[in-house]
Design a protein around this ligand. Sequence first.
Ligand code: GLC
Ligand code: CA
Length: 557
Amino acid sequence: MKTRWYKDAVFYQIYPRSFCDSNGDGIGDIQGIISKLDYLKELGINAVWLSPVYASPNDDNGYDISDYKAINPEFGTLEDWKQMVAGMHERGIRLVMDLVVNHTSDEHFWFRESRKSKDNPYRDYYIWRKGRGKDGKKPPNNWTSRFTGSAWKYDAATDEWYLHLFSEKQPDLNWDNPKVRKEVIDICNYWLSMGVDGFRCDVITYISKAEGLPMGKFNPVMCGDEHFVLGPHIHEYLNEINRESWSKYDTMIVGEAIGCKVGDAASIIAEEKNELDSAITFELMEVDMKLNFFPVKLRLPKFKKVISAWQNLPPSCWNTLYLENHDQPRSVSRYGNGAGIYRKELAKMLAVTLHFLRGTPYVYQGQEIGMTNIALKEEEYIDIMATRIFTIIRKVFPPLMPLARWAMSKRARDHARTPMQWSGRPGAGFTTGKPWMKINPNHVDINVENEKKNPSSVLNFYKKLISLRLGNQILRDGSYKEYFPKNRSLFVYERALGKQRYIVICNFKEKNVNLNAIDMGARGAELVLSNYKDAPKAFTDGQTLRPYEARVYLQIK
Ligand code: GLC
Ligand code: CA
């Protein structure tokens, strides 16, 4: 049944709240998405990952689901959704929906029942325990929430605590309960039968917790990981859903795999495992970020080393390629000088770096026009991560506030969630009303309308790149080899198949950098793509790469 269509796909991620607002209430919606389907078709992508559109009280913007089979009225109706899927399929675009089943909202019917009494039929849908200490006033163990603080919340109704690895409005489901797994299978089959082409499984590596929920090794921010990342029954549980649901359709299942190291990958994504088809992993994100939110300086050799390790996975494993999503800052601000004078070159160089690798590339909304981070005042941050960090630090150790502000200015999830910049007009073409979140003032320059008009724009570069990538056998199946791994400025690699090879050279520095490529044996290879108009047409052994310059050569032996 499985055609593994995702190996010939370029994905576009839509964060619906910030994509396009059709009715002027300031919140992006499904009719807004429908109005942009031709834009997506023109861009050339052939699959969409849609962040959650299910009913939700929005404690974590839809990642807290209160009804898995209902569409959030802010976004529209099931009829709108059906129209959207049909519109995508007509244009040859597949739809992968977010599936958030490590936890539900505390407003989900199951949890409202579960907390009522210890003998409620839904009690064991969640993870309840007695408190520690003589009077039970201490949480059952020392695990922390990924949004800071204890991962346990006391509930007076039954004098017990429930586990929440994210916010207290996101109680973790008890996957050891077969009824819970049945519910998940039922949810998957419901959407698959309505034409969904796959799922992006949110924090799927956390679903199986170690028996007895033992105390974690000390860690102030991420405590307990060793007891629930790729836990004892994860393979069994994923296997079961795969058998009962995912494998019955021609799906693509990509799991968000927090904590999954390159050495673990094959155990969960190798084709013969029948679990996930691919994983969104974090080792690359951790190169310049510590403890989930603290930025550290990018060291290119480390960055390249992580990419190369993942590129060299066994042949039955498939990579997910991304630099941005709704949880990460904007890549031009993260890996370079953001809105500086070389912004366009930089955005294009990062695109080249990613799209020539082996795996399925993902473009996050706005990345295709080179959107940047936003400057926010402390009170302008909205996302739960930044606001919680500010609250805790203010409470625990106020002298660290300037550091927290600095960290969030680089790293907060808010940067990715500012409304999509469609035009330079007020509302950025995103809304005619008051936007739910501040629009980046630079939308007057950086916007789709401008990008469409300008032949050398980031957007037009992405179009070229995507059309070059799709259907290209060298990029799909070719081998990968890195050159000059210790070079701190340049990322150089090749992709080869049969008698052909691409040579990719990317300058991560905002200055000229020389390359001595005599050992590559590529003299005379032909330039196929560059972010500078006048890059040399033929490969030479000595080259000078300009600020953020990217050059791709094709050699035919
Ligand atoms: C994932 C999502 C993130 C969310 C979290 C909890 O990491 O990408 O946005 O906050 O899971 O659901
Ligand atoms: Ca709306």
